[in-house]
Design a protein around this ligand. Structure first.
Ligand code: OFO
Length: 187
């Protein structure tokens, strides 16, 4: 059985993961509004992944005998000055999330909770990928700058991204039903 402190910290992090999903969904609608549908689609896939991160963490709480809590989700921004501004926030946000996961690992160590520390390794590995992919996209968008045809080419490239269940997600019991929901959002 996990400590109350560990359960609480996991519930708080699940809320931050849901906020990440909300932030990327907000960015998706922003990109729709400025007629960049490929960027909007990339963000929607990202929002789906963050929802998976949320549920994976809440599932862990529930399977360890705790109560998964639906804490209030903060409202994200609704607009950005440019695609670079939005993707800069994605990169900054992902680096901040990596810091939160490392702090959570610190809580598991302080609580001498080896099971949770091992569970959190998945998130640490995921963050390495997320920081790398957001850095790549930021560089692509920066290189396009204000050149409209380069921006359209970047939009077409990002629009090719498709949702995939993250590594090791077979442990998630509702994967199939979530797959149906997210699959239905494909263009
Ligand atoms: Fe992009 O962060 Fe979740 O973990």
């Amino acid at each position: 059985m996990l400590s109350e402190k560990m359960f609480e910290a996991l519930n708080v992090q699940a809320n931050r993961e849901l906020y990440s999903s909300y932030l990327y969904l907000s960015m998706s609608y922003y990109f729709e509004s400025v007629k960049l549908p490929g960027f909007a689609s990339w963000m929607r896939v990202q929002a789906g992944e963050e929802l998976v991160h949320t549920m994976k963490m809440l599932d862990y709480v529930a399977s360890a005998g705790g109560r998964a809590k639906m804490l209030a989700v903060e409202s994200p921004r609704e607009s950005w000055a440019s695609p670079v501004d939005a993707f800069q926030q994605v990169w900054d946000h992902e680096r901040a999330v990596s810091g939160l996961i490392r702090a959570l690992v610190g809580v598991s160590e302080a609580e001498k909770d080896e099971a949770t520390k091992s569970f959190l390794q998945w998130y640490l590995d995921e963050q390495v990928e997320e920081e790398e992919s957001s850095d790549n996209v930021l560089n692509l968008v920066k290189a396009a700058g204000n050149d409209n045809s380069a921006l359209q080419a970047a939009d077409a490239k990002l629009g090719q991204r498709r949702f995939k269940f993250p590594r090791g997600f077979e442990i998630f019991p509702y994967a199939a039903s979530l797959g149906l929901t997210i699959g239905s959002l494909k263009r």
